[in-house]
Design a protein around this ligand. Structure first.
Ligand code: GLY
Length: 303
Protein backbone atom coordinates (compact mmCIF):
# COMPACT_ATOMS: atom_id res chain seq x y z
CA UNK A 1 0.00 0.00 0.00
CA UNK A 2 1.39 3.52 -0.81
CA UNK A 3 2.36 5.54 2.27
CA UNK A 4 0.64 8.83 3.13
CA UNK A 5 1.63 11.46 5.66
CA UNK A 6 0.13 14.84 6.55
CA UNK A 7 1.09 17.48 9.11
CA UNK A 8 -0.27 20.79 10.34
CA UNK A 9 0.92 24.22 9.12
CA UNK A 10 3.72 25.19 6.76
CA UNK A 11 6.39 24.01 9.22
CA UNK A 12 4.71 20.65 8.67
CA UNK A 13 6.56 20.52 5.31
CA UNK A 14 9.79 19.74 7.14
CA UNK A 15 8.05 17.21 9.37
CA UNK A 16 6.45 15.50 6.38
CA UNK A 17 9.81 15.34 4.54
CA UNK A 18 11.41 13.57 7.49
CA UNK A 19 8.44 11.26 8.01
CA UNK A 20 8.31 10.40 4.28
CA UNK A 21 12.00 9.48 4.34
CA UNK A 22 11.22 6.89 7.02
CA UNK A 23 8.07 5.61 5.32
CA UNK A 24 9.87 5.31 1.98
CA UNK A 25 12.42 3.01 3.65
CA UNK A 26 9.61 0.70 4.77
CA UNK A 27 9.54 2.36 8.20
CA UNK A 28 6.62 2.24 10.60
CA UNK A 29 3.99 4.97 10.83
CA UNK A 30 4.69 5.53 14.52
CA UNK A 31 8.42 6.09 13.87
CA UNK A 32 7.62 8.47 11.03
CA UNK A 33 5.31 10.48 13.30
CA UNK A 34 7.85 10.69 16.13
CA UNK A 35 10.79 11.64 13.91
CA UNK A 36 8.75 14.15 11.91
CA UNK A 37 7.58 15.91 15.06
CA UNK A 38 11.12 16.01 16.47
CA UNK A 39 12.26 18.15 13.52
CA UNK A 40 9.76 20.87 14.45
CA UNK A 41 10.38 20.54 18.20
CA UNK A 42 14.05 21.34 17.56
CA UNK A 43 13.41 24.27 15.20
CA UNK A 44 14.13 27.52 17.11
CA UNK A 45 12.14 29.54 14.58
CA UNK A 46 8.87 27.84 15.56
CA UNK A 47 7.53 29.87 18.49
CA UNK A 48 4.65 27.53 19.33
CA UNK A 49 6.37 24.13 19.61
CA UNK A 50 9.12 22.84 21.88
CA UNK A 51 11.31 24.45 24.53
CA UNK A 52 12.05 27.34 22.17
CA UNK A 53 8.39 28.34 22.14
CA UNK A 54 6.68 31.24 23.90
CA UNK A 55 6.49 30.32 27.59
CA UNK A 56 3.63 30.35 30.08
CA UNK A 57 2.54 33.21 32.31
CA UNK A 58 5.58 32.91 34.60
CA UNK A 59 8.11 32.54 31.75
CA UNK A 60 8.47 28.74 31.89
CA UNK A 61 7.89 26.31 29.01
CA UNK A 62 5.57 23.50 30.03
CA UNK A 63 5.25 21.17 27.06
CA UNK A 64 2.49 18.77 25.98
CA UNK A 65 2.83 15.86 23.56
CA UNK A 66 1.13 12.60 22.68
CA UNK A 67 1.36 9.72 20.26
CA UNK A 68 -0.98 6.86 19.37
CA UNK A 69 -0.27 3.66 17.46
CA UNK A 70 -3.23 2.47 15.38
CA UNK A 71 -1.94 -1.12 15.26
CA UNK A 72 -1.67 -1.83 19.00
CA UNK A 73 -4.12 0.94 19.99
CA UNK A 74 -1.57 1.94 22.62
CA UNK A 75 -0.93 5.58 23.42
CA UNK A 76 1.49 7.68 25.43
CA UNK A 77 1.37 11.32 26.49
CA UNK A 78 2.98 13.95 28.68
CA UNK A 79 1.41 17.14 30.00
CA UNK A 80 3.30 20.12 31.41
CA UNK A 81 6.72 18.48 31.10
CA UNK A 82 9.70 20.81 31.55
CA UNK A 83 13.35 20.86 30.37
CA UNK A 84 12.78 18.40 27.55
CA UNK A 85 13.90 19.01 23.96
CA UNK A 86 11.72 16.26 22.48
CA UNK A 87 8.51 15.78 24.47
CA UNK A 88 7.17 13.49 21.70
CA UNK A 89 9.94 11.00 22.53
CA UNK A 90 8.97 11.07 26.20
CA UNK A 91 5.35 10.39 25.16
CA UNK A 92 6.61 7.48 23.05
CA UNK A 93 8.44 6.09 26.09
CA UNK A 94 5.24 6.33 28.15
CA UNK A 95 3.57 4.24 25.42
CA UNK A 96 6.41 1.70 25.25
CA UNK A 97 7.59 1.36 28.82
CA UNK A 98 4.56 1.88 31.03
CA UNK A 99 1.05 0.51 31.46
CA UNK A 100 -0.20 4.12 31.61
CA UNK A 101 -1.15 6.73 29.04
CA UNK A 102 -0.52 10.18 30.52
CA UNK A 103 2.18 11.47 32.87
CA UNK A 104 2.02 15.10 34.02
CA UNK A 105 4.02 17.88 35.63
CA UNK A 106 7.15 17.34 37.69
CA UNK A 107 6.70 13.56 37.69
CA UNK A 108 6.63 13.55 33.89
CA UNK A 109 9.86 15.56 33.94
CA UNK A 110 11.35 13.13 36.44
CA UNK A 111 10.34 10.17 34.19
CA UNK A 112 12.06 11.90 31.25
CA UNK A 113 15.12 12.61 33.37
CA UNK A 114 15.48 8.93 34.34
CA UNK A 115 15.56 8.13 30.61
CA UNK A 116 18.18 10.81 29.94
CA UNK A 117 15.71 12.91 27.98
CA UNK A 118 15.97 16.16 29.97
CA UNK A 119 18.46 19.00 29.67
CA UNK A 120 19.74 21.18 32.50
CA UNK A 121 19.70 24.56 30.84
CA UNK A 122 18.03 26.10 27.86
CA UNK A 123 18.61 29.44 26.15
CA UNK A 124 16.03 30.79 23.73
CA UNK A 125 17.61 31.35 20.30
CA UNK A 126 14.53 32.81 18.65
CA UNK A 127 12.39 35.80 19.56
CA UNK A 128 10.18 33.74 21.88
CA UNK A 129 11.19 35.51 25.07
CA UNK A 130 10.82 38.94 23.46
CA UNK A 131 7.38 37.91 22.19
CA UNK A 132 6.46 36.71 25.68
CA UNK A 133 7.48 40.08 27.18
CA UNK A 134 5.57 41.95 24.47
CA UNK A 135 2.40 39.91 25.02
CA UNK A 136 2.67 40.29 28.78
CA UNK A 137 3.08 44.04 28.58
CA UNK A 138 0.19 44.38 26.10
CA UNK A 139 -2.04 42.49 28.49
CA UNK A 140 -0.95 44.77 31.35
CA UNK A 141 -1.70 41.77 33.48
CA UNK A 142 1.40 41.27 35.56
CA UNK A 143 1.75 37.69 36.64
CA UNK A 144 -1.12 37.60 39.13
CA UNK A 145 -3.80 35.20 38.03
CA UNK A 146 -6.92 37.32 38.47
CA UNK A 147 -6.06 40.25 36.21
CA UNK A 148 -4.67 37.72 33.76
CA UNK A 149 -7.94 35.84 33.58
CA UNK A 150 -9.85 39.08 33.03
CA UNK A 151 -7.55 40.33 30.28
CA UNK A 152 -7.02 37.10 28.45
CA UNK A 153 -10.70 36.82 27.60
CA UNK A 154 -10.43 39.81 25.30
CA UNK A 155 -6.92 39.30 24.06
CA UNK A 156 -7.28 38.38 20.40
CA UNK A 157 -3.68 37.53 19.55
CA UNK A 158 -3.70 34.86 22.22
CA UNK A 159 -6.09 32.88 20.06
CA UNK A 160 -3.90 33.01 16.97
CA UNK A 161 -0.73 31.60 18.49
CA UNK A 162 -1.79 27.98 18.55
CA UNK A 163 0.25 26.41 15.88
CA UNK A 164 0.80 22.92 17.17
CA UNK A 165 2.71 20.36 15.12
CA UNK A 166 0.44 17.37 14.64
CA UNK A 167 1.00 14.53 12.18
CA UNK A 168 -0.96 11.55 10.87
CA UNK A 169 0.75 8.79 8.89
CA UNK A 170 -0.13 5.59 7.07
CA UNK A 171 2.76 3.22 6.33
CA UNK A 172 3.15 0.70 3.51
CA UNK A 173 1.83 -2.05 5.77
CA UNK A 174 -1.46 -0.30 6.53
CA UNK A 175 -0.46 0.89 10.01
CA UNK A 176 -1.65 4.29 11.14
CA UNK A 177 -0.27 6.63 13.79
CA UNK A 178 -1.02 10.09 15.08
CA UNK A 179 1.10 12.48 17.16
CA UNK A 180 1.12 16.03 18.44
CA UNK A 181 3.51 18.36 20.29
CA UNK A 182 3.20 21.94 21.51
CA UNK A 183 4.46 24.57 23.89
CA UNK A 184 0.76 25.19 24.45
CA UNK A 185 -0.97 28.51 24.67
CA UNK A 186 1.48 31.39 25.08
CA UNK A 187 1.09 32.85 28.59
CA UNK A 188 -1.08 29.95 29.68
CA UNK A 189 -1.75 29.54 33.37
CA UNK A 190 0.96 27.28 34.85
CA UNK A 191 -0.33 23.73 34.99
CA UNK A 192 -2.71 24.15 32.05
CA UNK A 193 -2.64 21.05 29.83
CA UNK A 194 -4.05 21.24 26.30
CA UNK A 195 -5.35 18.86 23.66
CA UNK A 196 -1.87 17.81 22.51
CA UNK A 197 -1.57 15.71 25.66
CA UNK A 198 -5.05 14.23 25.56
CA UNK A 199 -5.68 11.06 23.58
CA UNK A 200 -8.97 11.37 21.71
CA UNK A 201 -8.73 15.18 21.74
CA UNK A 202 -5.41 16.04 20.05
CA UNK A 203 -4.67 12.64 18.51
CA UNK A 204 -6.31 9.32 17.72
CA UNK A 205 -5.37 6.36 15.50
CA UNK A 206 -7.00 3.02 14.81
CA UNK A 207 -5.85 0.80 11.94
CA UNK A 208 -9.42 -0.34 11.34
CA UNK A 209 -10.62 3.21 10.58
CA UNK A 210 -8.10 6.03 10.27
CA UNK A 211 -6.14 8.61 12.24
CA UNK A 212 -6.77 12.23 13.19
CA UNK A 213 -4.96 15.12 14.88
CA UNK A 214 -5.70 18.74 15.74
CA UNK A 215 -4.28 22.25 16.04
CA UNK A 216 -5.86 25.35 17.51
CA UNK A 217 -7.40 26.24 20.84
CA UNK A 218 -6.92 23.00 22.74
CA UNK A 219 -9.94 23.44 24.96
CA UNK A 220 -12.24 23.08 21.91
CA UNK A 221 -10.60 19.79 20.90
CA UNK A 222 -10.78 18.61 24.52
CA UNK A 223 -14.45 19.35 25.12
CA UNK A 224 -15.40 17.69 21.81
CA UNK A 225 -12.79 14.87 21.81
CA UNK A 226 -12.24 16.02 18.27
CA UNK A 227 -9.75 13.45 16.95
CA UNK A 228 -11.74 10.49 18.29
CA UNK A 229 -14.89 12.17 16.97
CA UNK A 230 -13.49 12.29 13.44
CA UNK A 231 -12.44 8.62 13.64
CA UNK A 232 -15.94 7.70 14.86
CA UNK A 233 -17.48 9.57 11.91
CA UNK A 234 -15.18 7.71 9.50
CA UNK A 235 -16.24 4.43 11.13
CA UNK A 236 -19.85 5.39 10.40
CA UNK A 237 -18.94 5.68 6.70
CA UNK A 238 -18.02 9.33 6.14
CA UNK A 239 -14.94 9.94 4.03
CA UNK A 240 -12.15 11.81 5.88
CA UNK A 241 -12.98 15.18 4.32
CA UNK A 242 -16.68 15.00 5.22
CA UNK A 243 -15.82 13.67 8.68
CA UNK A 244 -13.47 16.61 9.37
CA UNK A 245 -16.03 19.15 8.10
CA UNK A 246 -18.84 17.72 10.19
CA UNK A 247 -16.68 17.50 13.31
CA UNK A 248 -15.60 21.16 12.96
CA UNK A 249 -19.23 22.27 12.44
CA UNK A 250 -20.18 20.31 15.57
CA UNK A 251 -17.63 22.27 17.65
CA UNK A 252 -19.68 25.45 17.15
CA UNK A 253 -22.08 24.36 19.87
CA UNK A 254 -19.28 24.87 22.42
CA UNK A 255 -19.26 28.65 22.22
CA UNK A 256 -17.96 28.97 25.75
CA UNK A 257 -14.47 28.17 24.41
CA UNK A 258 -13.60 30.92 21.93
CA UNK A 259 -10.98 30.72 19.19
CA UNK A 260 -10.28 28.49 16.21
CA UNK A 261 -9.65 24.79 15.77
CA UNK A 262 -8.56 22.59 12.88
CA UNK A 263 -8.51 18.85 12.34
CA UNK A 264 -6.50 16.74 9.90
CA UNK A 265 -7.21 13.06 9.16
CA UNK A 266 -6.36 10.14 6.93
CA UNK A 267 -8.39 6.99 6.60
CA UNK A 268 -7.13 3.43 6.37
CA UNK A 269 -6.93 3.60 2.57
CA UNK A 270 -4.92 6.82 2.61
CA UNK A 271 -7.52 9.48 1.77
CA UNK A 272 -6.81 12.84 3.47
CA UNK A 273 -9.32 15.23 5.04
CA UNK A 274 -8.77 18.65 6.63
CA UNK A 275 -11.15 21.30 7.93
CA UNK A 276 -10.88 24.33 10.16
CA UNK A 277 -12.82 27.14 11.74
CA UNK A 278 -9.77 29.31 10.97
CA UNK A 279 -9.40 30.71 7.45
CA UNK A 280 -5.60 30.46 7.54
CA UNK A 281 -5.20 26.75 8.28
CA UNK A 282 -2.69 24.99 6.02
CA UNK A 283 -1.41 21.47 6.07
CA UNK A 284 1.53 19.73 4.41
CA UNK A 285 1.14 16.29 2.88
CA UNK A 286 2.92 13.71 0.79
CA UNK A 287 1.57 10.61 -0.89
CA UNK A 288 4.01 7.97 -2.12
CA UNK A 289 4.97 8.84 -5.69
CA UNK A 290 5.06 12.62 -5.12
CA UNK A 291 8.52 14.26 -5.54
CA UNK A 292 8.18 16.42 -2.48
CA UNK A 293 5.59 17.48 0.11
CA UNK A 294 3.02 20.10 -0.81
CA UNK A 295 0.95 22.59 1.14
CA UNK A 296 -2.83 22.82 0.95
CA UNK A 297 -5.46 24.85 2.80
CA UNK A 298 -7.95 22.98 4.98
CA UNK A 299 -11.62 23.55 4.10
CA UNK A 300 -12.83 26.59 6.03
CA UNK A 301 -16.07 26.05 7.92
CA UNK A 302 -17.78 29.29 8.83
CA UNK A 303 -19.30 29.55 12.25
N1 GLY B 1 -3.45 23.01 20.59
C1 GLY B 1 -2.46 23.49 21.45
C2 GLY B 1 -2.96 23.90 22.75
O1 GLY B 1 -4.07 24.38 22.87
O2 GLY B 1 -2.22 23.79 23.70
Amino acid sequence: MPFVVAATWSFGLRAVSKAAEILASDGKAIDAVEEGIKVVELDPEVLTVGLGGIPNLIGVCELDASIMDGYSLKAGAVGGVRNVLNPISVARKVLELTPHILLVGSEATSFASKLGLTILEFTWKSGALEKWKELLSKMEAGTDLQPYIERIKTYAEYYRLHETISIVALDRYGNLASGSSTTGLPLKIPGRVGDSAIIGAGVYADNSVGAACTTGVGEIAQITLLSKGVCDLMRRGLDPQKACEKAIADTFRYRCYPGGIAVLAIDRIGRIGAASSRKDFLYAYMIEGMDKPELKPGVYIER
